[in-house]
Ligand binder design. Structure first.
Ligand code: UDP
Ligand code: MG
Length: 138
């Protein structure tokens, strides 16, 4: 069974979309095996998104991700990394397929409601960034 990290970003939490996002996972046979709400510091957001540190959007993205509480989850399932990315939709909500979370709810390329790991390597790093083994019920 594969694992991936999901985040409901500050826009998703503040707009009351926690239940909506979780219900999409549950309807699509994606199991939640760890979950918590946290409010990242700017430094933590910079660490999480270190892979993007040279990108022009890094400063704004890490301000946004540390602007309010987020819900972080470990998801488990067959091909869950790509299945979750499919449910999320493209990074830019304008390109996201109809019926995806981002197409339905995102308001800006940055404020796109959810994060999902994009590879087994990033999933391992991102899960370990937020959770220790005692916090994962899988
Ligand atoms: N982002 C942005 N401007 C861009 C590209 C990305 O603000 O031009 C933000 C957006 O919130 C995105 C995050 O940075 O979700 C991480 O970018 P990535 O390319 O990893 O997209 P994702 O994997 O989230 O689809
Ligand atoms: Mg990414």
């Amino acid at each position: 069974m594969e694992k991936t990290l999901s985040i409901i970003k500050p826009d998703g939490v503040s707009r009351g979309l926690i239940g909506e996002v979780i219900s999409r996972f549950e309807k699509n046979k994606i199991k939640i095996i760890a979950m918590k709400m946290i409010h990242m510091t700017k430094i933590q957001a910079q660490g999480f998104y270190a892979v993007h540190k040279e990108r022009p959007f890094f400063g704004s993205l890490t301000d946004f991700m540390s602007s309010g509480p987020v819900v972080v989850m470990v998801l488990e399932g067959d091909k869950v990394i790509s299945n979750n990315r499919e449910l999320m939709g493209a990074t830019n909500y304008k390109d996201a397929a109809p019926g995806t979370i981002r197409a339905d709810f995102a308001t800006e390329i940055e404020k796109n409601v959810v994060h999902g790991s994009d590879s087994p390597q990033s999933a391992a790093f991102e899960i370990g960034f937020f959770f220790n083994s005692f916090e994962i019920a899988g």
